[in-house]
Write a protein that binds this ligand. Sequence first.
Ligand SMILES: [Zn+2]
Length: 283
Amino acid sequence: MADDCLKMEHTTPQEFQWSWGKNIHDNKPKSYSGSWSDFCQFLDEHRTARKGLDYFSSVFGGDKRRSDANALPRLWMPFDVDCAMTDYQAKELVGLFSLFKCLFYETASSKPGARRLRFVAQLSRPVSDFEAKRIGEVFEGFWQVGKFDSSVCTAAQPIYLPPTDAKILRFSGRVIDPDFLFGFLRFKKAKLEKTIAYKNTETPDAYEFFSQNGLIKCSTGSALKVRCPWVDEHSTSNEDGTAYFEPSVENNFVGGFICHHHHCDGRTIKDVFELMKRGGKWD
Ligand SMILES: [Zn+2]
């Protein structure tokens, strides 16, 4: 455990890089590299006099032209809210981002009562455009109010620098860990599937059947060693090799049954349900 922590601390996945273009027609923006602080300072010192002028974006490989094919994954990502927010909504969103290592500023068209904010957050590893979009989705889930503009998730997209009069505020929270967030998405999906399964299926309670008929021998986790309901058909008197599985994500919340005896070949939990339907009781 301690070793893992050490390893992570000493692994710098990639240099922090960005590029700067003088205006929207500048297709060969200049590359820069440095620390997160250097990046923040750069944005502060390279403000744009009006919308449509200077921009920053990912750095570009190949012939260095700004294009999706040349764009290199970046260690930061912008979050632009898709619509104007009330002052209260903006405050809430700032509260959410204050937990992370990021900066934010109001964009050129922001005004009281109709706020437009841009956040730029540091990432623990470079991400693809697809991954950036998914990170945006996770934050939409946290915020539960609006959506983020997905075009800025594209590494080649020019992002306008702060207006000359904008305040740039910085938060020193946690660096966003994309893999942690994707784990969270998987958990949410599993939870959703579980809800659907509970809503849409009427799985008979096989546990009750095994229990009421005294067939449970012992349980290990979600798998229970049981006595086979068809034990009389087995060619040996050996009662091992039969298990019942409680409903879970793995079996789509239906439960599972397996018996390794030859005569039970191909029998599944559905056969147990059939048996329950026919009499409920087994003897
Ligand atoms: Zn059997």
